[in-house]
Ligand binder design. Structure first.
Ligand code: PLP
Length: 393
């Protein structure tokens, strides 16, 4: 058995290697914003201009959402602080089930089941549905939570080249058993969209089941922000959708959307659903309130901001990624170059972060820029002008 100090030494060695490679991850504590501004109830970020968070619509900082949550909660004056257990034991309420139904309906899906996070939803779904003898075909740029879900499954697994229909078809031809094709509607590091219409046609041709992670499309694409699947009217062609609440919805948690049978199945077999404490009621109320707010929110300003960023970045010949989503990126060819530009931008008052290899392929390191509804044109212009300065240095 390894002695406690010996194991610490071993861990330190690995951490040291990470540090030497320039890849050590550290936590940064952010200040909680305190000032309520008059522009739609958004709490003003006190320190850096936010080009980093996934809070695309400003909901995480929204005073209006806080009020709506309080109104929801006021229906239950004696709501408990905690759920007290898993959904299958003491942690389920009629309100939770009604909210799942409400959200499923919002996304034009027959049913939905909450998970405590998108990570839990993806691992729960993919580890439980595809069985030994089945096949999962997963886009090579899928998020770690989808990759981990695939790894937990006993099914055979293939990756297909990012958004490459020919490669997907090649894998579909050799797939055995029940087949699952797993994609994101908006890719989290590149911001590009899956070719969902074509992928869905291929799934139909080969009788494969399409799983779509809508984490970065929720609140941004589709009627009333219901996602890319609804925008493309593919609701009936998709086996399962994963919608997460920690991004544009400004809260936390996730829902898997699909048939009533899928919901029943996940309740019985998804370990990340079964063996965990259910979200407390105030959390469910915040999610419900976020949907009420979303139904009244236009994404016009968000789309304008994306267009402004693209127009200015192209005018300056910045090496940007091809993306029409909230996730934009300026490419560099080394970790050090991306890191030093991120540090420069932060000193100039912008919260924009470097994404390094191996998270992205070597030579494609980048500054990932998230565009928000609340960013002003002046802020976007200033960001671009600072990026231009660093690239000309
Ligand atoms: N799926 C995608 C595409 C993501 O980008 C993320 C989070 O970054 C997740 C799933 C995980 O969601 P959550 O943060 O709710 O665990």
């Amino acid at each position: 058995m390894t002695a406690p100090t010996a194991i610490d030494d071993l861990l330190n060695e690995r951490l040291e290697k990470r540090r030497q490679d320039g890849l050590l991850r550290t936590l940064r504590a952010l200040k909680i914003p305190e000032v309520i501004t008059s522009n739609g109830g958004v709490l003003a970020p006190k320190v850096l201009v936010d080009f980093c968070s996934n809070d695309y619509l400003g909901f995480a900082q929204s005073a209006e959402l806080k009020n709506l949550t309080a109104i929801e909660l006021s229906k239950f004056p004696n709501y408990p602080n905690g759920s007290g257990g898993s959904r299958l034991l003491s942690g389920n309420t009629k309100y939770t089930e009604e909210t799942e139904e409400f959200i499923a309906n919002y996304h034009s899906a027959p049913a939905g089941l909450f998970f405590n996070s998108g990570y839990d939803a993806n691992t729960g779904l993919l580890s439980s549905v595809p069985q030994r003898g089945d096949t999962i075909i997963s886009d090579e740029l899928n998020h770690a939570s989808l990759i981990d879900g695939c790894r937990l499954s006993l099914a055979q697994r293939f990756k297909f080249k990012h958004n490459d229909l020919a490669d997907l078809e090649k894998k579909l031809k050799i797939a055995k058993g029940s087949v699952f094709v797993v994609v994101e509607s908006v890719y989290s590091m590149d911001g590009d969209l899956a070719s969902l219409l074509e992928i869905s046609s291929l799934c139909e041709k080969y009788t494969a089941n399409l799983v779509v992670d809508e984490a970065h499309a929720t609140g941004v694409f589709g009627r009333n922000g219901a996602g890319l699947v609804t925008e493309l009217h593919l609701e009936n062609k998709v086996f399962a959708r994963i919608v997460t609440f920690g991004k544009a919805m400004g809260t936390h948690g996730a829902i898997v959307l699909g048939s009533n049978t899928l919901r029943q199945y996940l309740i019985n077999f998804a370990r990340s659903f079964i063996y965990t404490t259910a979200a407390p009621m105030h959390h469910v109320a915040a999610i419900k309130a976020a949907y009420l707010l979303l139904s009244q929110t236009s994404s016009k300003k968000l789309n304008q901001n994306i267009a402004v960023f693209q127009k200015l970045a192209r005018a300056c010949n910045l090496p940007i990624l091809e993306s029409n989503s909230t996730i934009q990126g300026v490419l560099f060819s080394t970790n050090n170059a991306a890191k030093s530009v991120a540090t420069y931008l932060q000193k100039q008052g912008f919260d924009a972060r470097a994404i390094l290899s191996p998270t992205v392929p070597a030579g494609k390191e980048r500054i990932r820029i998230c565009i928000h509804q609340f960013n002003t044109e002046e802020e976007i212009t200033a960001l671009i002008s600072n990026l231009k300065t660093t690239l000309n240095d």
